[in-house]
Write a protein that binds this ligand. Structure first.
Ligand code: ATP
Length: 872
């Protein structure tokens, strides 16, 4: 039992040196021995199972019945074709589904937590699955624990272990205790367990169990949270599919009854009705939507955005407020100290005289109360802290040396609510508390001030002078960090309350963090697209505003507010005021929830970024929670809908653009499928009502369904993004997909396709009075080819096919060519033509049917011209 041993015994048993960690070769050997660090998961469906699942569908049963009836009636060719249709449908379904599945899996993999381990003497981040027994793992607040660990170092470490203990209050952990006898998981205070979460403090542990050998593995409790992966649109479509199904079956039934009164052939009409029902129900639609979503999500990964929850893709297209953190997202997070304030003087950092006691103490405070590392070759940790070490390095002070001289005895980690961090360091026989943090927080806990080596009472006037200096620095967009200290005789064993009080103010440093170069353009793109960018930051108001102004987020200081002022307003007043605000400064994570709610109360669709442990509530409250991939904690990532792998604001804007395009592509596929299906219904419905010969045979319907519902519909779904999509306002999420011009264009095109097919049939009958099959062939070709051409004009409802580039969607062009070749083959290759009971058309016939087939395309293009002219 690892918890009964002391740390050196544990390290010896696991054969690892704490300061070096495992070597790459040793880790390789161990992974072979112990296996990957993951819990056994559910088995995946095989291709064959997927195939069978495709067949378990109501429509397929009907088709099978139709094939059976045809076979019994001696219509073997019909039966064969129906079977082929079923098989091809199922194969297309399997391909689509497995593609969508793969994309989702890739996503899951990308969003699995990583672990920071020491290997070959260096800290590296590796996928949790590669962690092996003996690995030295670094634990920070906000990180999930990758395996079972015996702690070897801990500082105020608290763990959320409710999965084991049911206890929602985080458990305190301590590397130095040794426990005797056998105790339960909840009492193993020197151990931390796989899948639990560090909520506070930090620590280092050595891996003692991985994969199924962990506590969580033992109870085989899968924490594999089920990701909700059908989007609101998918749900709506499912509903719509049902209605359409019932509607089409109703119409087909009606056609069948009418044809019985007309004394038509029962068997043929039964088959026609069934085929029409099959053709009319857009059964391929859910698969197409899924695949378009999945492919869009893949594209987003390449643009550094990982979608964790599929519904987010859709919501992205409606986002009209983007709330963004400042540091690292809008700025580069590359800090450099440029100014300092001490002894009542604001100077350039180059002018710092290290011989002055106050200056020396300021640098010591900033370097000792610091968790980063800095050498010329490697830097790790928070960029704010790295900048402080870099400033000291210029005076030849390195953290290692100063740390060895003044050992750290205790610490209170930084958190963005307090905006402070403290350490207790030894100074000879005595100790010093060092606290650094936001100037307002430091002033609140300081009672004295060091001036030219003397300790004076901190008066209101002095505070005013300090704040003047702060304003001077922050108006230059500098981030200000203050330092304070106090001498103590013995280190207190109490935390926060005793440490962070009655401090002596030393001074401040100001550091520059330049805006990201590309962000300015993204901000103007946002504004153009009807999206309001908003800055949310823990930083000082003037610093935040200076940067917001430079980036074009705000233009007047009135548009900014501080957390303190937010607290003074009640929810209603804040909600009224929020419309005019663009910069929220000195906010803590709880304010973020308030901000999201206030914006949402006006019907806005809000996206919010976050990285810390406490950001989870605001990420959840937002319509789109966005977590930082590099600096973000696992908690923030877990709560988010989207993770940015480059922490960049520009990525959010690209994701919104992609979201808009995905939605519009899905819409194109749907409108295409439904108008084509409507065309098929109209053709038969009208012909039967008018007591004409049936213009299409059942197999014709099935065939047309096969060539138009598959490739062209899919090709529309992957239409290249429309460059003008960010010139339009965000989509109103309440507006139906059939709103706007669609409610007119969809039926119009359905009627047009149906009418043209009937025209082809009647003209055929007129030209060839004794040959119904000849007329049918013409109708058959017009029905399929007109749909193929029509697909071209759906690509954009304003711009002409030439404006968007006739060949800019290669897939669609290929799909159309394949469709036409297949259609021509069915008609011209004799054995197949016999199967389809069609005639080879004459050149003149071809000319005629092609002309007719072009009509929907031409009419749609003409309508677009009218619409465009109306807009001018
Ligand atoms: P954003 O929310 O845009 O990322 P931020 O990084 O400034 O902004 P926080 O990390 O919450 O937000 O920091 C808030 C304030 O706390 C900073 O302005 C700074 O004064 C102080 N601060 C930041 N990092 C540290 C640190 N490591 N130690 C002490 N104080 C810090």
């Amino acid at each position: 039992m690892w918890y009964t041993k002391n740390t050196s015994e544990v390290l010896k048993d696991l054969n690892v040196d704490e300061s070096i960690g495992l070597s790459t070769e040793e880790a390789k050997k161990r992974i072979e021995k112990y296996g990957e660090n993951k819990l056994a998961s559910k088995k995946k469906k095989s291709i064959f199972q997927l195939f069978l699942a495709q067949l378990a569908d109501f429509m397929i049963y009907i088709l099978l019945a139709a094939a059976l009836i045809s076979g019994i009636m001696g219509e073997i060719s019909d039966a064969i074709i129906i079977i082929i249709v079923i098989l091809v449908n199922a194969i297309v379904g399997v391909v689509q589904e497995s593609k969508a599945e793969k994309a989702l899996e890739a996503l899951k993999e990308l969003s699995t937590p990583k672990a920071v381990v020491k290997r070959n003497g260096e800290l590296t981040e590796i996928p949790s699955e590669e962690v092996v027994p003996g690995d030295i793992v670094i634990i920070d607040a906000g990180r999930y624990i990758p395996a079972d660990l015996r702690l070897i170092e801990s500082a105020n470490l608290k763990m959320e272990e409710s999965a084991f203990t049911g206890e929602s209050v985080p458990a305190d952990k301590d590397a130095n205790v040794i426990i005797e006898g056998k105790v339960g998981v909840g009492d193993q205070h020197n151990m931390v367990f796989m899948s639990t979460l560090a909520t506070y403090g930090r620590g280092i542990g050595v891996v003692v169990g991985t994969g199924m050998d962990t506590e969580i593995g033992k109870i085989a409790k899968m924490l594999d949270e089920e990701v909700e992966d059908s989007t609101p649109l998918q749900k709506k479509l499912e509903q719509l599919g049902k209605y359409l199904g019932i509607g089409s079956i109703g119409i087909c039934f009606f056609i069948f009854i009418v044809s019985m009164f007309q004394k038509r052939d029962v068997f043929e009409m039964l088959l026609t009705s069934i085929s029409l029902a099959v053709a009319a129900i857009p059964e391929g639609l859910p698969a197409i939507v899924a695949i378009v979503l999945a492919m869009g999500v893949q594209r987003m990964i390449k643009e550094n955005a990982i979608i964790r929850k599929l519904p987010a893709v859709e919501t992205l297209g409606s986002v009209n407020i983007i709330c963004s953190d400042k540091t690292g997202t809008l700025t580069q997070n590359k800090m450099t100290v440029t100014k300092f304030y001490a002894n009542d003087k604001l100077l350039h950092i180059e002018d710092l005289d290290f011989n002055l006691e106050t200056n020396k103490l300021l640098i010591e405070c900033m370097m000792l109360c610091n968790d980063a590392t800095y050498s010329e070759s490697s830097k790790t940790g928070d960029p704010t802290e790295i900048a402080l070490l870099e400033a000291g390095f210029k005076y030849d002070i390195t953290k290692d040396i100063i740390n060895a001289e003044h050992k750290r005895i205790d610490e209170v980690p930084f958190d963005s609510d307090r905006k402070l961090m403290s350490t207790v360091n030894s100074y000879g026989q005595k100790y010093k508390v060092f606290t650094k943090g936001a100037i307002d927080s430091i002033l609140k806990i300081s009672t004295k001030l060091m001036l030219n080596g003397q300790i004076l009472d901190l008066t209101e006037n002095m505070k005013k002078d300090i704040l003047k200096a702060v304003d001077l620095m922050s108006d230059d967009a500098l981030r200000v960090l203050a330092g304070a200290y106090k001498d103590i005789d013995a280190p207190p064993h109490i935390g926060l309350d005793e440490i962070e009080k009655d401090l002596i103010f030393i001074g401040m440093v100001g550091m520059i963090d330049p805006p990201r170069l590309e962000v300015k353009d993204s901000i103007s793109l946002c504004k153009n697209a009807g999206i309001t960018p908003v800055m949310i930051t823990g930083d000082y108001k003037n610093t935040a505003f200076a940067i917001a102004k430079e980036l074009g987020i705000a233009d007047s200081l009135n548009q900014s507010i501080s957390g303190e002022d937010i607290d003074k307003l009640n929810d209603e007043d804040f909600s009224n005021k929020v419309r005019d605000l663009r910069v929220f400064a000195r906010v803590s994570p709880e304010h973020k929830v308030k901000i999201v709610k206030a914006f949402k109360s006006h019907g806005n669709i809000v996206s919010m970024t976050g990285d810390g442990v406490n950001d989870a509530p605001s990420l959840k409250a937002a319509d789109i929670g966005v977590a930082m991939g590099i600096t973000g904690t696992d908690v923030a990532k877990g709560a988010a809908d989207m993770v940015l792998t480059d922490d960049n604001f520009t990525t959010i804007v690209s994701a919104v653009e992609e979201g808009r395009n995905i939605f519009s592509n899905i819409k194109k596929s749907i409108v295409f499928l439904l108008s084509c299906n409507l065309g098929e219904i109209i053709t038969l419905f009208v012909a039967i009502l008018l007591n004409w010969d049936s213009p299409l045979l059942p197999i014709h319907l099935l065939w047309v369904n096969l060539i138009t519902d598959s490739l062209p519909a899919l090709a529309l779904g992957v239409d290249p993004g429309d460059k003008g999509v960010m010139d339009l306002p965000p989509r109103n999420p309440k507006e139906s997909i059939f709103g706007g011009s669609t409610k007119l264009m969809l039926p119009l095109n359905g009627i047009l396709i149906g009418a043209l097919t009937l025209v082809a049939f009647r003209v055929g009958e007129y030209l060839y009075p004794n040959s119904v099959p000849h007329a049918r062939t013409m109708a058959f070709v017009v029905l399929s080819v007109s749909q193929l051409f029509y697909a071209l004009s759906i690509r954009n409802d304003r711009k002409s096919i030439f404006q968007i580039g006739l060949f800019s969607n290669r897939f669609l062009i290929i799909a159309i060519i394949i469709g036409i070749i297949l259609q021509a083959s069915v008609i011209t290759i004799t054995p197949i033509a016999e199967l389809f009971k069609v005639y080879s058309l004459t050149l003149k016939d071809w000319g005629f049917v092609i002309l007719l087939s072009l009509v929907p395309l031409v009419i749609n293009e003409l309508l677009k011209i009218i619409l465009r002219n109306k807009e001018i």
